[in-house]
Design a protein around this ligand. Structure first.
Ligand SMILES: [Zn+2]
Length: 433
């Protein structure tokens, strides 16, 4: 087996042996103990498990329609949901709109009841009444950060509706609390984006956050944004796949129906994406054209950010209609390569770099002795063709080996149950269950 270590600099160790003891890598090219179970990786390629830096996981959903009418909860099977990640070698995911149900999922995985990825949790703070927490003044912003810290959230996500002073206070307070900040560039900065780039604004969560700050999409804009991000140490998660899916849906919902992995998505979400799709319903020739412009702008932006030396990480915004958990990370990696990243840079964007941003580079992100055994065994070399990350022979999740055959059995079983359950999950009737 050949190892792509994804260390800095990257090393390729040919015809190697990796020893795994418990949940960690205990040796590379050492003598094999007689009691060891042997997995034959001859001719295959071992890479670190993948990290998706922008997800919205499906967890138990409360639909409260208010007293005295009926309120209901739809329970999401954590193993069925997490299988989508594991089947794709995604062993860590960054939840960017975390709520208590996500702690529940994470605990099920930590206790070993469910095989799933490691999960990092960010609390979202907005300034308008949307999802998550709201803060309208600096003192409210600081208090919301402190509460999030006390509740166990590890990161803060700033959102579009925050006013300027509240945004700045949130970032300052997050730094005091030792929490990194990711998010949108609030709309209030339009025309003065420079002011948003203050110390400890650590990452922008979509490429189009920059597009929203300009009406012209010029090459000068892109260069200016790249310089701002570089000088402020603000990383980028482009989430290119999301805009592609949204643009496709603005034309037709066939793009969702034809997704080969739609069948693994929870039937309630299949129903939602196909019957309550705002990108499709709200479509117009102007919007279609705007989405195409964004796709082009995002690609140019990624190239310019790469050339300016801004670290770029892979994230999908999965949970957006048509962006399927786990599977879509491979789509994103392909799009990053098309935008101009080398295959090695794409791999770094989905392994070592996210581990660094999350502050867990001593635990995951590379294939090295002492790290957790979160690994993917591939049938072909991903440095030659990034699409080879889809050719999964098996996955190690926290030291536990799951061969492709087992993954396929689990996926087939999930597909069957989803099909049988379809009638029971109609998005329009969700409050009646
Ligand atoms: Zn998102």
């Amino acid at each position: 087996m050949n190892i792509v270590t994804m260390t800095t600099p990257n090393k390729i160790i040919k015809n190697a042996t990796v020893l795994i003891k418990g949940n960690k890598i205990s040796g590379i090219n050492e003598a094999i103990p007689t009691e060891a179970t042997i997995i034959d990786g001859n001719g295959k390629w071992l890479i670190p498990g993948l990290i998706d830096m922008h997800v919205h996981n499906l967890a138990d959903i409360d639909f409260s329609s208010g007293y005295p009418t009926k309120a209901s909860t739809i329970f999401i099977d954590t193993q069925d949901f997490m299988l989508q990640y594991i089947a794709n070698g995604v062993t860590t995911a960054f939840e960017l709109s975390a709520r208590p149900a996500h702690f529940g999922q994470r605990n099920e995985i930590a206790k070993g009841k469910v095989i799933g990825p490691r999960i990092a949790l960010a609390a979202l703070i907005d300034g308008t009444d949307g999802s998550g927490n709201n803060a309208h003044s600096p003192s409210e912003g600081r208090q919301t950060v402190r509460i999030a810290k006390a509740q166990g959230y590890e990161f803060i996500k700033v959102y579009s509706g925050l006013n300027i002073e509240t945004y700045k206070a949130i970032i300052d307070e997050a730094d005091r609390q030792g929490m990194k900040v990711v998010g949108h560039i609030p709309n209030a900065f339009k025309g003065k984006i420079e002011e948003a780039f203050i110390p400890h604004f650590d990452m922008v969560a979509h490429a189009e956050e920059y597009a929203k700050q300009t009406d012209y999409f010029t090459a000068e804009d892109v260069q200016r944004f790249a310089k701002l991000a570089k000088e402020n140490g603000t990383w980028l998660t482009p989430t290119l796949i999301t805009m592609h899916r949204i643009a496709d849906q603005s034309h037709s919902l066939d793009s969702i129906r034809q997704l080969p992995y739609l069948k693994y998505v929870h039937p309630l979400m299949q129903s939602k994406w196909l019957t309550s799709n705002s990108y499709n319903k709200g479509s117009s020739p102007e919007r279609k054209e705007y989405f195409e412009k964004l796709i082009h702008f995002n690609r140019v932006l990624v190239k310019a950010f790469k050339e300016a030396g801004v670290p770029i990480v892979a994230g999908t915004d999965s949970g957006t209609s048509g962006v399927v958990w786990g599977f879509s990370l491979h789509d994103e990696m392909e799009l990053l390569a098309e935008a101009g990243l080398t295959n090695e840079e794409v791999l770094a964007a989905a392994t070592s770099l996210p581990a660094m941003w999350l502050g867990i580079e001593d635990k995951i992100g590379t294939v090295e002795v002492g790290k957790y055994a979160d690994l993917i065994l591939l049938d072909a070399n991903p440095l030659e063709n990034i699409q080879n990350t889809r050719k999964i022979s098996g996955v190690f999740v926290n030291g536990q080996w799951i061969a492709k055959e087992k993954i396929n059995l689990m996926l087939n079983d999930l597909e069957k149950r989803n099909r049988a359950n379809k009638e029971n999950y109609d998005w329009a009737k969700r409050k009646d269950y």
